[in-house]
Design a protein around this ligand. Structure first.
Ligand code: ADP
Length: 362
């Protein structure tokens, strides 16, 4: 197996006619890491992946793999390999010949390429299906074949475009674990495009959150979850309430903000620009029903929705300055003092559970 390579994306832009799909992004993906490009549809994830692979030209900037600039190299000479969402298997070839295809193109002798293909099939537990045609396989099995085919070129980095999106939920979770296992055992760099926060959290060493062709945050899953960099990340990851307002006060630990609709909220951290509107994020799972311990660490609002989730209950509450606030409270706490739709409920949290968010320079 070849060595893993780091991927260095330096101020890379992609322009399609009048659309800028990717705006001068810079990103260093460490060698041997599992990186997920995460974001909503159309944010530029696939375009970025295809530029790393060489399936899309780069309008401006450079991509390096290890210490080689690969910006103008064709896909087969980059040391990367791509697995497509559609698997793109040849229907008329059996599984072994599908996996061995790129070796045939390179002129590797038949015996040698069949031997290597079987090795790859073993790696993805598909050896028993070696002589079947793709049409005789399930979706999950076809995907394993596509994976074996991508790995046979001995890449330094494997690029996966929404690899799990065609699978049913059960298979998705199973394949997810296998991808992680494979990446750990091969030790090569994986770059995996997904729009699923859960998938990225489960797999990645580094999550790169993209929005409208830009990177909002690139960090370990725990950092993205606990310290979202921007309002977009906080909303997209889905576990924070975002409140926006003007600076109303500050001390050495943080700030207080006053939303346009009223209310006052404190958060730790410093804003980039005290004159501009400030966004703060409050962890949904740290909110409790009860009075605040200090001003700015809670509010009283009207309960708009109550959703029972088994071990927790999700409340939606509207108050001054916050129209759609989510609180996830434990079932025990909720049923000790239940509230219902229409009730006025006091909500509170600790100061460390509200943080100041940043804004991207435009
Ligand atoms: P994602 O993978 O995050 O869903 P894409 O990278 O596919 O997003 O697309 C980013 C943007 O670039 C979108 O606005 C999309 O419409 C545009 N785009 C992608 N491919 C092409 C293309 N071949 N021609 C023109 N526009 C494209």
């Amino acid at each position: 197996m070849s060595k893993a390579a780091a991927i260095d994306i330096a101020s890379v832009t992609k322009v399609y006619g009048s659309t800028t799909a990717v705006h001068a992004i810079s990103l260093k993906i460490p060698a041997g890491s599992y990186c997920c490009l995460l974001g909503p549809s159309g944010c530029g994830k696939s375009t970025t992946l295809r530029m790393i692979a060489g399936h899309e030209s780069i309008s401006d900037g450079d991509v390096r793999l290890g210490n080689q600039v690969v910006t103008d190299l064709p896909p087969a000479r980059r040391g990367t390999s791509m697995m497509f969402q559609s698997y793109a298997l040849f229907p008329h070839l059996d599984v072994t010949d599908n996996v061995a295809f790129s070796l045939k193109m390179k002129g590797v002798a038949r015996e040698e390429r069949r031997r290597r293909a079987l090795e790859m099939l073993q790696l993805v537990h598909m050896e028993p299906y070696a002589s079947r045609r793709p049409a005789q396989l399930s979706g999950g099995q076809q995907q394993r074949v596509a994976l074996a085919r991508a790995l046979i070129t001995d890449p330094q980095a494997l690029l996966l475009d929404e690899p799990l999106s065609a699978l049913d939920p059960f298979l998705k979770v199973k394949m997810r674990a296998e991808l992680k296992r494979l990446q750990a055992s091969l030790g090569i760099t994986f770059v995996h495009v997904t729009h699923s926060q859960e998938e990225a959290m489960a797999l990645a060493d580094v999550i790169v959150v993209m929005n409208a062709g830009r990177i909002e945050q690139a960090a370990a899953p725990r950092d993205v979850f606990e310290r979202p960099a921007t309002a977009f990340v906080a909303r997209f990851m889905g576990d924070h309430n975002v409140i926006s307002g003007r600076l109303a006060g500050s001390d050495e630990r943080g700030v207080s903000i006053a939303p346009a609709g009223g209310g006052l909220f404190s958060a730790i951290g410093a804003p980039q620009d005290a004159d501009a509107p400030i966004d703060i994020a409050v962890r949904t799972d740290r909110v409790r029903i009860g009075p605040a311990s200090a001003p700015g660490l809670g509010f009283t609002g009207v309960v708009e929705n109550v959703e029972y989730r088994g071990s927790s209950v999700k409340l939606t509450v509207a108050g001054a300055g916050v129209d759609d606030f989510t609180a996830i409270v434990s079932d025990t706490d909720f049923f000790a003092a239940p509230v219902k739709v229409g009730d006025a409920a006091p909500l509170a949290w600790n100061r460390e559970d509200a943080i100041v968010l940043g804004r991207l320079a435009s």
